[in-house]
Design a protein around this ligand. Structure first.
Ligand code: ADP
Ligand code: MG
Length: 703
């Protein structure tokens, strides 16, 4: 890491950016490539050949020895296979460095070991990666050396998507087309493209690597499966926005530097609510680039932590009792002429186009709340959503005072004649400036909140890709726009039809709006009264992927075929069972091989002490009571361990699918909780010297 530097000098230095392309490609080739990037024109082999050569030369100058098609299979993380540029040696024993257009455009990793959910059985194992030229190639530097990473989509031999990128790109295309249609209706003739823009705020935990390595649960599952709360948790709120400790600061500094070099616009960093928890947010960008960059951020956090003797934990709930981590997905729709369709302007009630967009999004979210919730489902998030630290599992929309007022006017009278404005905020201190308040306060408990000129979807898990959430947002919005356009394009009296449509949509879907406290018990009841789905867990959410309504929508916009959806459903059940199974086996291992033996040693020590103390003619009631309590908890732990072993065994024997996932959810998870309880009690009374692993206190307060 260099001493001090000017960010502008290093930003994007390892990116094959537009600037680099302009400098290095012949004008004609550059123009052709831009057409592919901007207008989706097919890339010719000749253009690819020239681009590949330029990319190779550039990467080699950066020190790259290998290239990889960097893709996002359905494992939730990225995959890569490195190939060096070298070709077979020449007669004189030297080598050439080569990279062809074919190698740039298409790769062929063996698809057979990636999740395909049945697609593999019906089709061939062959899979292809295809260059996504809308997300720039970049050079990543790590212990492997320098690697040219080419963002790609991953498909099966017959064209089914085997990744998250392909459907994301399809969904972006869908919303683009429908949004442009809508713009035309409102007289906009200059915009030719609408792109969903996304900024994802990433939360994470940092712990000491040496301590991390002493806990098998962290190693195997990324979260703690046992652990009693230390005397202090997050109740003092002294970590949130607190001074960043020097060891963490050095880590953050290197993370920023590496991200900037790779063209990721790391913008904000701060301590989060829980001790040892932090956040990093980049500046928003096109959804597919934002998805790639979020993966780069997660990888970089993990890699750089390693250099500092630290471990970055991306799990949604690594520690019970303190907040878990999520990812806020900020989303808006921006035209190629720079207009944000989600910007209400100063007087939203007069902005008819904005109100139609808003009404469409409310309709979309209300009609497809189930798949939006599903998009954030993973086993880790099951422990967060609805636990008073993250949004509930119920989807609702927060509009805030200003828009709520406009909606209320429209629903009651069909017309909106005014907009509430922010007032002057008086600080009461002469030397401080008074400033204008926002028209709307923040709301931190809503899963889908309007925040000025964007929606913030707050459910995504910290370790998850943001692709799924954006696929849903783009497609449901495309559908609502398409329905509205179908109607408005036929209208004889456009203005009247617009007013009718707005009133109708808002009236029919206002049940999805909720501006109150999403963490409250009353909201759960109220939501039930309104008939909103409350899908508590991942296994409850998965079926929404293949309802008739979902299939119809995705097929209509060519985002997913029914076969692709069914395969994804299958993969999700399998994933759920596998993750819980690993957690259960890890608990069995830790309890059986570490915790119970340690407690047995401790009880022996206590028993010996009781005998010795009594032998000395002294009172030994403290020791004997402690022995009694430990022995009792030891019995409880043993019984719970046996119970968990039995449940895990039964679950493992079942065939993959929904039944198995349900069994893990309904029987194995409670058995895990059953084992955790006596063990956590034991941790609080057993001598710390004897306890076989670092405590929560050691992990989160002593980084
Ligand atoms: P917070 O939600 O903590 O107040 P910000 O308002 O700064 O934070 O924004 C959080 C994220 O939202 C950032 O990644 C930011 O770039 C992104 N963002 C801001 N405006 C938009 C927009 N119009 N569309 C999408 N994302 C946006
Ligand atoms: Mg935010």
């Amino acid at each position: 890491m260099s001493e001090y530097f000017n960010v502008a000098d290093i930003f994007g230095e390892n990116v094959f950016s537009d600037k680099v392309m302009q400098e290095r490609l012949p004008k004609k080739i550059y123009k052709e490539l831009r057409k592919t990037i901007d207008e989706g024109k097919e890339l010719s082999p000749m253009v690819a050949e020239v681009v590949a050569e330029a990319m190779k030369e550039w990467a080699i100058e950066k020190g790259a020895t290998h290239y990889t098609h960097w893709f996002q299979p359905l494992t939730g993380v990225t995959a890569e296979k490195h190939d060096s540029f070298i070709t077979p040696t020449r007669p004189d024993g030297t080598i050439l460095m080569e990279f062809s257009g074919k190698e740039l455009i298409k790769g062929e990793p063996d698809a057979s070991s990636f999740p395909s959910g049945g697609l593999r059985a019906t089709f061939e194992a062959r899979g292809y990666t295809a260059w996504d030229c809308t997300s720039p190639a970049f050079v990543r530097k790590d212990a492997c050396g320098a690697l040219l990473c080419i963002p790609t989509a991953f498909c099966s031999y017959t064209g089914e998507a085997l990744d998250l990128k392909t459907p994301l790109l399809r969904s972006m295309q869908a919303v683009d087309r429908q949004a442009v249609r809508l713009l035309r209706l409102f007289g906009n003739t200059t915009a030719h493209k609408v792109v969903p823009c996304v900024g994802a705020e990433q939360e994470y935990f940092i712990v000491d690597a040496a301590k991390f390595r002493q806990r098998k649960d962290l190693i195997y599952t990324g979260r703690t499966l046992f652990g009693a709360m230390p005397p202090k948790g997050q109740e003092m709120d002294d970590h949130y926005f607190g001074t960043i400790r020097q060891r963490i600061a050095a880590f953050m500094r290197q993370v920023n530097e590496e991200l900037w070099k790779m063209g990721v616009s790391a913008k904000t960093q701060h301590n989060e609510v829980a001790p040892a928890q932090h956040e990093l947010a980049p500046i928003y960008e096109h959804a597919n680039v934002a998805v790639d960059h979020n993966q780069i951020i997660m990888q970089t956090l993990k890699r750089v932590a390693h250099y500092h003797g630290l471990k970055c934990i991306l799990h949604e709930k690594p520690f019970a009792g303190v907040n878990g981590s999520g990812k806020h997905n900020n989303w808006s729709l921006v035209t190629d002429t720079g207009i944000n369709m989600l910007d209400p302007g100063k007087t939203p009630h007069e902005n008819l186009q904005f109100i139609v967009v808003l009404a469409c999004i409310l309709k979309a979210v209300d009609e497809h709340a189930d798949i939006l919730r599903e998009s954030a489902a993973d086993p880790g998030n099951d422990q967060r959503l609805g636990a008073d630290e993250a949004p509930p599992a119920i989807i609702s929309v927060f509009l805030g005072e200003q828009l709520q007022d406009v909606v209320t006017q429209l629903v009651s009278t069909g017309n909106a004649t005014s907009s509430i404005h922010g007032e002057l905020l008086k600080t009461g201190v002469d030397t401080l400036p008074d400033f204008m308040k926002d028209a709307t306060d923040r709301n931190r408990t809503s899963p889908f909140a309007f925040t000025g000129n964007k929606f913030e979807f707050r459910m995504v898990g910290s370790g998850d890709s943001i692709a799924s959430a954006n696929i849903v947002l783009n497609t449901i919005t495309a559908e609502a726009f398409a329905d509205a356009c179908d109607r408005l394009e036929q209208a004889e009296d456009f203005n009247r039809e617009v007013h009718d449509l707005i009133k109708e949509y808002l009236t029919a879907h206002q049940r999805i709006i909720f501006n109150g406290n999403g963490y409250s018990e009353e909201w759960v009841k109220e939501a039930q009264r309104r008939g909103l789905p409350n899908l508590h867990s991942m296994v409850e959410a998965i079926p929404s992927l293949t309802t008739e309504k979902t299939i119809r929508m995705y097929e209509r916009f060519g985002v997913f075929s029914e076969t692709e959806l069914r395969s994804r459903e299958e993969i999700k059940y399998e994933n759920y069972s596998k993750i819980i199974n690993i957690e259960a086996r890890t608990m069995i291992d830790m309890a059986g091989k570490q915790i119970i033996p340690a407690v047995i040693r401790y009880t022996k020590e206590l028993a010996d002490t009781v005998v010795a103390v009594r032998g000395a003619g002294c009172e030994a009631s403290v020791q004997s009571e402690m022995l009694e309590r430990c022995s009792k908890l030891l019995v409880e732990s043993r019984d719970a361990l046996e119970n968990l072993k039995e449940a895990e065994g039964k679950g493992t024997a079942m065939a993959e699918g929904r039944e198995k996932a349900l069994f893990f959810h309904d029987s194995v998870v409670p058995a895990m909780e059953g084992l955790r309880k006596p063990v956590d009690e034991l941790e609080q009374i057993v001598d710390k010297e004897i306890w076989p692993m670092p405590s929560y206190g050691d992990l989160i307060f002593e980084v």
